[in-house]
Design a protein. Structure first.
Lengths: 488, 494
């Protein structure tokens, strides 16, 4: 199943392998909370999006939000996972001020989605499989704010009761890079499905990382869980720190204590939050306020039929339909909007050329300015126009870069720019022949050198380009020079 | 005049109001006076005279226009477990302090929709946990009935002790109550009133302070079978805000009262013959069988073999759910809060001061049976028992249309008699918890008096959503029993 060998860490006493499993918490894209009907949204004032149910007033009862269930089913289908037509909500009991009910409604024994798997691409283009153990729906807690007052904690319940999907993987990752790539892939799939906006800065997608180390081939070691890591960079830093910490303990003859740890981004280290002995007994039991969640198979089928093309399918299609490289296709499918942009630009054009311009020039420029493709100052139609000028030999690739910069700067379409700045390529063979005849006559020594060493023809090409301001068609120039200098 | 008005049945009062023989304001006044005169009973923990009179005036205005709902002008008491908008609702617990909901429970909202008038909030065991009303933070409600041989105060039962006491003492035409393990039927039995716990899901739980969600069910306590049917018709109905509410049509339950019971088959489960059960109860049960036979029913013996496991299973499941349901009373958002140096101190001090002994006991039992390592042995096992009990009933109902049992193992007992021994207290629920575990309707009606002149009740158990058959049978038994006894108004004397 794995297509590359694990990346091993060299310790003082030999190599170690990192074993990683992730729990991704993805906020369900929904206008309303999981059980209360209160609005969900970013930017509301403290405690402005709190219903009686969210505040756990006496006698209040949860009612499942059908839209959130649909999103969980979509996500499960997108992760190629088994949809459980019978699932159930459990209560996870613990006390905390940002948990008004004194319990979180979650799915413990019978999740809505079971086993699945996804293909994850590494940066080098190879890929590996991560098995999904389950996906379940649960409520988020509110937010405790400890830094507003030295003597008090404030609680904002806006987030309390918001729907989360917890996606649990098997321990199928072997390096920090693989873990980050896995989170990226899950995020991409959820964004394609429209089931989570994937905004990690707002905490709408975050991960708990289970880290253990072992000697290659040995049984799994004892794991530590690092809670709530919310960026790719932090995920990698936390894993690398934690793996090294565990290896040092083991190499010093110690044992790993199973515990929950927190990642401190400021110090780049993890520290103990609570040990296994201090772990809560959550006293899970089925929530008696809710009936089991029984799904109509026809509904699940209808949701399946409405799924968009997913990243893996899209990547394969871009490669076969347009002949793109795995790398270009991978870059383009990372966001559905990129692939859409590409396909719009590629209509009737040289697709590989279009892919090249989109994946490299355009995305590079966008990244530098922190823009996404929806905010691109150059439209798909204009990229197509630029590529068309290249295809039709109106401009060379080199000139095209200059044209692109001017388009980026807002000077208009490629045709506008070429016209305004006289960048049209000189392909008129009469004019080029006259220019070349003159050059050969004026430089007999160079002409002789070419006869002895054909590569020296480059000098003449350079002269023609200089005289035409780079606008000479390089193909035509080469053809004329070779003919006139008798080079094969 | 006022004595006459409060003595009316709900049905008669509604007819009198409609015929404008008296006004809703007069009716409310009569009850408010009776309540004020009956404070020694401690049935009401909050009297709401201003609200009662305002609602009665509105009822009179509607009646004057020839309008008005099914309960227009009916003066009712509301168990303090129901959240009532703007009116203190405490579940008779210190932990809710002076809590005033900004919302109205669905059941009470249904009553107000139909024109009922609220007299006040009724006493109960704290969070509905108890069988004698003695766990109330407001002190026990007192049974209006007294033994022939002694004037010592007796319990009206629990948890709906205030509801039963108020209805028996004519301090309301009827009352709301709730029943998790017998809390409507046992107090009805101990006070000579009629109480029905309908099918689980008939009445919305929305806005009722939760004790054990899978067992809690609202229902009425009234003085006649027909009155109970009238009240239940208004209280019932599907509520999308309660996921366990049943989307079932609500019939006019009163229309079943008086219907012939000829040809109905009634089962007598032999397992309800408890050890040490007073002979008087045994005899009354046999009398009940006779009444049904005379009315044309076929009475047969049936077996519910799992019955003996019901009480232990109930006292695992109910505390388990309660331990979680009561976690929200943490001093953070409403109700009592005792400050302390750390968060844990605040939790501990608040809950230690806010909850009474019985509530604490059940939270501890509940947390214990749900904890890792014990869950399978207790909670899961109890759920299996629960399923077997439901299967027992299902098998019985293939042969019979209803079951007849005693409601409680004894008549009203003295305050303090059972409160020292929790298990003795729990045994009060032995005939009633099975019905909650199976989600079935159960009705208690007064059948006679014991040698001490205290009322005793019999219980009818029906198929899910078949309250109609229970009202038919109860109507026939009520007629046969001709129970006319009323407690003397000793509280007015002093």
């Amino acid at each position: 199943m794995r297509t590359a060998t694990s990346k091993l860490i060299e310790g003082r006493t030999g190599p170690w392998e990192i074993v990683l499993g992730l729990e991704i918490h993805a906020q369900v894209a929904s206008k309303a909370k999981l059980f209360s009907g209160a609005a969900v949204g970013f930017g509301a004032g403290p405690n402005e999006q709190v219903s009686l149910v969210d505040a756990a007033m006496p006698g209040m009862l949860p009612v499942i939000n059908r839209g959130c269930v649909e999103q969980a089913i979509r996500s499960g289908l997108g992760l190629k996972a088994k949809i459980n037509h019978w699932s159930r909500f459990d209560r996870k009991n613990y006390f905390y001020p940002d948990l008004p009910q004194g319990y979180q409604i979650s799915q413990y024994k019978d999740p809505i989605v079971g086993e699945g798997q996804i293909e994850v691409e590494r940066d080098d283009g190879t890929s590996f499989t991560v098995r999904i153990e389950r996906l379940h729906l649960e409520q988020d807690a509110g937010k405790s704010i400890h830094d507003l007052d030295p003597n008090a904690t404030y609680v904002d319940l806006n987030r309390a009761g918001t729907a989360l999907m917890e996606i649990v993987s098997h321990p199928d990752m072997r390096s920090a890079e693989e873990a980050a790539a896995y989170v990226k892939k899950v995020r991409t799939i959820l964004r394609y499905l429209g089931t989570c906006d994937g905004d990690m800065e707002k905490g709408n997608l975050r991960a708990d990382v289970n880290v253990s180390v072992r000697r290659p081939g040995a049984p799994f070691g004892t794991r530590c869980e690092i809670k709530n890591v919310n960026s790719y960079r932090y995920i990698q830093q936390a894993i690398e720190y934690e793996a090294r910490r565990q290896i040092e303990i083991l190499e010093d003859g110690g044992q790993i204590a199973q515990e929950t740890r927190l990642f401190d981004p400021g110090r780049g280290e993890t520290r103990s939050m609570r040990s296994k002995e201090e772990a809560h007994d959550y006293r899970y039991f089925p929530d008696p306020d809710l009936l089991p969640l029984v799904l109509d198979p026809a509904w699940v089928k209808a949701i399946e039929a409405s799924l968009p093309e997913l990243p893996d399918d899209k990547r394969r299609r871009l490669m076969s339909q347009y002949g793109l490289s795995a790398y270009d296709a991978g870059v383009l499918v990372a966001e559905a909007s990129r692939a859409d942009f590409f396909e719009a630009a590629a209509r009737g054009r040289d697709a590989k050329l279009v892919a090249n311009w989109v994946a490299n020039e355009l995305l590079g420029h966008l990244a530098k300015d922190g823009l996404d493709i929806g905010q691109s100052p150059i439209s798909a139609v204009d990229i197509a126009g630029l590529v068309q000028l290249i295809e039709e030999n109106v401009i060379s690739t080199k000139i095209a870069r200059e044209v692109f910069e001017r388009m980026w700067a807002g000077e208009g379409t490629a045709a506008d720019v070429v016209e305004a700045h006289g960048l049209r390529q000189v392909s008129d063979s009469g004019a080029l022949e006259a220019m070349i005849d003159q050059l050969i006559a004026a430089n007999p020594g160079q002409a002789a050198a070419v006869k002895a060493k054909p590569q020296a023809v480059g000098w003449f090409v350079g002269q023609v380009m200089r005289q035409t301001g780079g606008k000479a068609n390089p193909g035509a120039v080469n053809e004329i020079l070779r003919r006139k200098l008798g080079v094969e | 005049m006022s004595g006459e008005l409060t003595a009316l049945s709900l049905k008669a009062a509604l007819e009198g109001l409609k015929a404008r023989k008296f006004s809703a304001v007069e009716l409310a006044h009569a009850h408010l006076e009776a309540i004020a005169a009956a404070r020694p009973l401690n049935a009401y923990v909050l009297e709401t005279p201003e609200r009662a009179l305002a609602m009665a005036e509105a009822s009179d205005a509607r009646l004057a226009r020839g309008e008005g709902g099914r309960l227009e002008g009916a003066a009712l008491g509301i168990k303090d477990l129901f959240c009532t908008e703007g009116v203190r609702s405490t579940a008779c617990s210190r932990i809710l302090g002076d809590f005033r909901p900004t919302y109205e429970s669905t059941v009470t909202a249904n009553l107000w929709r139909d024109g009922a008038v609220m007299l006040g909030k009724l006493n109960m065991d704290e969070f509905a946990m108890g069988s004698s009303n003695e766990t109330s933070a407001f002190g026990p409600a007192i049974n209006p009935w007294r033994s022939r041989s002694s004037n010592r105060p007796l319990t009206p039962g629990g948890s709906s002790g205030g509801s039963a006491s108020a209805v028996a003492a004519e301090l309301a035409l009827g009352a709301t109550a709730t029943d998790t393990g017998g809390s409507i039927r046992q107090p009805a039995s101990l006070t000579g009133t009629v109480g029905i716990k309908p099918t689980y899901g008939r009445c919305s739980r929305w806005g009722i302070v939760a004790f054990a969600s899978s067992l809690d069910q609202a229902g009425p306590i009234a003085r006649t079978v027909e009155d109970a049917a009238i009240l239940l018709t208004s209280m019932s109905g599907h509520d999308p805000k309660d996921s366990t509410s049943l989307p079932a049509e609500v019939p006019d339950f009163a229309s079943f009262v008086g219907q012939s019971v000829k040809g109905l088959k009634v089962g007598v489960p032999k397992e309800y013959r408890a050890d040490g059960m007073p002979a008087e109860i045994e005899a009354l049960w046999a009398q009940g069988v006779e009444w049904l036979r005379e009315a044309g029913c076929e009475v047969v013996d049936v077996s519910l073999p799992q019955t003996k496991y019901a009480l232990p299973a109930y006292y695992i499941i109910a505390p388990a759910e309660a331990s979680s349901n009561l976690a929200r009373y943490d001093g953070m958002r409403y109700g009592l809060r005792i400050d302390g140096p750390s968060l844990t101190d605040v939790y501990e001090a608040t809950r230690a001061a806010g909850f009474g002994e019985e509530v604490k006991r059940r939270i501890l039992i509940g947390a214990y049976v749900l904890s890792a390592g014990y869950y399978d042995a207790y909670y899961l096992k109890a759920q299996k028992v629960r399923r077997r009990i439901a299967d027992d009933f299902a098998a019985a109902f293939e042969k019979v249309d209803a079951l007849l049992t005693p409601t409680a193992p004894s008549a009203a007992f003295g305050l303090g008699d059972a409160s020292a021994d929790p298990v003795a207290m729990y045994l009060n629920d032995v005939f009633t918890v099975t019905v909650n575990l199976a989600g079935l309707p159960g009705l208690s009606l007064p059948a006679g008096l014991d040698a001490q002149g205290l009322p005793l009740g019999l219980q009818l158990i029906g198929r899910a959503l078949d309250e109609g058959t229970l009202f038919r049978l109860a109507g026939a038994m009520e007629k046969a029993a001709a129970f006319q006894a009323r407690p003397t108004r000793w509280w007015r004397g002093s």
